[in-house]
Structures are given as structure tokens and as C-alpha cells.
Design a protein around this ligand. Sequence first.
Ligand code: ADP
Ligand code: MG
Length: 453
Amino acid sequence: MNLEKYFEKNREIFQLIYGIFLIILIPLLIFYNTFFIIKNYNKSIDVSLHRHSLSIGRSVLPYIEEKIDKQEITQERIEKLLKNNSELLELSVAIKNDEDFIVVASSNKEELEKKYNNYFYQFSFNQKINDGIAIDSLNIDNDKKVEDERYWKIGMPLTKNGKKIGVLSMKTSSKIVDELTRENRNKSLYLLFAEIIIVVLFILLAVRFWDYILLYKKIKELDEMKDEFISIASHELRTPVTGIKGYSSMILDGSFGEVNEKTRNAAKTILSASERLGTLVDDLLNVSRIEQGRMEINIKKQNVYETVDSVYNELKIQADEKKLELKFNSNKKEWPEINIDEEKLKQILINLIGNSIKYTKKGSIIISNYIKDNKFLAISIKDTGIGMDEEERRRLFQKFYRVKNENTKKIVGTGLGLWITKQIVELMGGNIFVDSIKGTGSEFTIIFPIIKK
Ligand SMILES: Nc1ncnc2c1ncn2[C@@H]1O[C@H](COP(=O)(O)OP(=O)(O)O)[C@@H](O)[C@H]1O
Ligand SMILES: [Mg+2]
């Protein structure tokens, strides 16, 4: 817990460290990977160049050995070979004389007659017949490196009648291959830099993303706190509201003795205000119950004709007061059985019919029932009220949403009724729809699956 708090407090620093760590580590890994590949690639190129050099030597060898006794012809052949083969840089023949090797023919005239007794000659001479050594110039200490051009030095034993008599030495160029390799390496380096830039950008983005996750967590926490607050506040409000309601109605019905007209009016105002407050508290309680999954529903298979009829009778008084015609003409036999919580259905109907009464200035409200698609019992409440446009219809079932215009300005409400209604309808396996024309009227329909006998 303490650690968590510490982390939370120093969040930005940790995030920074984390970001820097990733920004260094990941490009480093990519870097290492690329260089590893380049290195291995170069190694395998060298292996094949080594083989290639030796095979050049093997193809030249018999041609030289053929006239090894005739120094002039050998010299001619060497010159010819060099002319026709751009890979060949130098070619010389040295014959062993005691411990020394004397150059008898060479593409480099200066070499002629020179005596050598070095490792290269010794080593080459000691190779198996038709085999040889090939060393690239970077590994030869004594030779100065030619800028941008690497060459290979090849040495093979020369034979006459199956006996070693000297050494054939050659220099070949690997310029073409090396140039290709260099080009490839440069290309992969460019790619490497592009990759690193992309990765760094991604990491920067990911670090930002982390911020969003934390923000999301915070919002969720706040949301939970809000739910808890609503739950506690509404519970605590309920008792005093019931008290106010009870005492004001007791004043009105004369429980505390006769009251004059003025006091009566004041008590009436207190009663209606506390009733409104009571509805608000009930709505809030319902919201918190639904949100916390604590809404209890007692479903029973039943015919709901009487339930609808009782709500109709209850609200008829309200409609009459507003001089609205509330109609419900039905017959119990028309009602198939459905699985439903009777109290909750009452609550739904009070909300919907109550809204129709609230948002209708003159005309009628008709409650009707029918069978939809052979599968559902539909109950519809149709009014000739202020109606809604498309945008209003779309947001209708959102929590706290209320249409705000000249027509609704003076009507009080919380915007919770329809949200609660929809939640309860769905909890009981039903559905709710609305159909409305602005200025003409609205029709709300709830449907519930019919239980097949
Ligand atoms: N029958 C209706 N006719 C016109 N508008 C309605 C009707 N029923 C609901 N509304 C609109 O939908 C909004 C949300 O309804 P509701 O959730 O019951 O909240 P409240 O009634 O507390 O305002 C209302 O404010 C009103 O603008
Ligand atoms: Mg309402």
C-alpha cells in the first residue's frame, strides 16, 4: 500500500525512467541485431570468396604446369591469363631450390629472379597437391592495404610428374563482391536508422498511452465514488423527506386542530414540494440500485390486465385535473400471460403515463394492448403532446437527459424516469420503443415475451 502510494506520488518520474529505459534499450537491441547480421553476412561472404579464390587457382594450375620446363612459354601464358581475367591481379611461378623459392615467371617483371624464403611460400608448398591457401589482404601484415580494394593472395604447390617442385602464387581482387557487400551494408544501416526513429516514436506514443490508462482508472474511481455518494445521500434523505411529507399532510387533514386558509396553503406547498423531493430521492435510489446490480426483481407468470387498470385508475385523477382524456378500453381475455414483477410494471406505467400527462397540454392519452409478431405482448401509451424531434428521441433514454425548450421550461423533472424505465424493462426481458412527431404527439411501447402454454 505504501509502495503503491509512493509510486503514485512519483508517477511522472517513474514514467520518465520507464520511457528513457525503453528508448535506450529497444534501439540498442535493433542496433545490435543489425550489426550481428552484417557481421555474419560478411563472414559467409568471406568463406565463399576463399573457396572462389582457390577454384581460380585450380583452373589455372594445369595450364601452367603443362609447360613448366619452358620458362618463356610459362611467362607468355601468365601474361595471357592476366590479360583475359580481370579478377587476376598478379601471377607468379617460383621453383624450390634448396630452402629458397626463386621466381621464374611473373606478371610483375620486377619479381623475376627474386629469392624468397617466407612462411607464405613454405606453407603453400606444404599443402596437398591440387590444394592451396588463400588469405585476404587485411590479414597480411606486410602488404599495405589498398584503399577500398581488398585482394586475396593464393598459394598452391606446383607439380611435375606428380612431384612438388615449386609454388604458384596469385593475387585476385574481390572488388566487385566487396562493393556489393558495402552497398548492402549501407542500405541496412539506412534501414536501421529509419527503424530506430519509428520505434522511438512508437515508444513515445506508448508512454502517452500509459497516461490515458491512468486517467481511465481515475475516472472509474471517481465514477464509483459518485455512485456511492448517490447511494448514501439518497438513503439519508429518505427519512427526513418522509417526515416532512407525513407532518404536512397531518396539518392538512386537521390532526393538529383547525388551521386557517393561509396555513393550509403553506402546508399544501410543503406537501407538494416534499412529494417532489421524495420522487427525486426514489429515482436516485433506483439509479444506484440498478448501477450496483442491487435492483430486486420478483418475476411471476401472470395476466397484467388488472395491474394496468389500477395504474389507469390512479392516474385518471391527474389527467382529469389537466382536462386530458385518459383512455383504456380493454378486456382481460385479450391479455396473454407474461413473466413480470407486478410492482415494477406499475412503476414503468406510472413513469410513462405520468410523462404523457406532464408533456401533453390538451387532447388525449390512449393506453392500448396488442400482440406483436405473435411473440410479444405490447402495451402502448399514445399522447397528443409536445412530441420530440429525432435528436431528442435519440437521447431520450440517457441518464439525466431532459429536452430543454419553451414547452418544457416550466415542467420540473430529473431526466431519470426514462432511464430507470428502460433499465427495468430490460431487466425483465422486455424492450421499449418510442415513436414521436414534434408538435403532434408521442407513442411509447413496451413489449414482453408471451409465455407459450
Ligand atoms: N410523452 C412525452 N412527450 C414528450 N416528451 C417526453 C415524453 N416523455 C418524455 N419526454 C421527454 O423526455 C425527457 C426525459 O424524460 P424522463 O426521463 O421521464 O425525465 P423527466 O420526466 O424527469 O424530465 C423529458 O424531460 C421530456 O423532455
Ligand atoms: Mg418522467
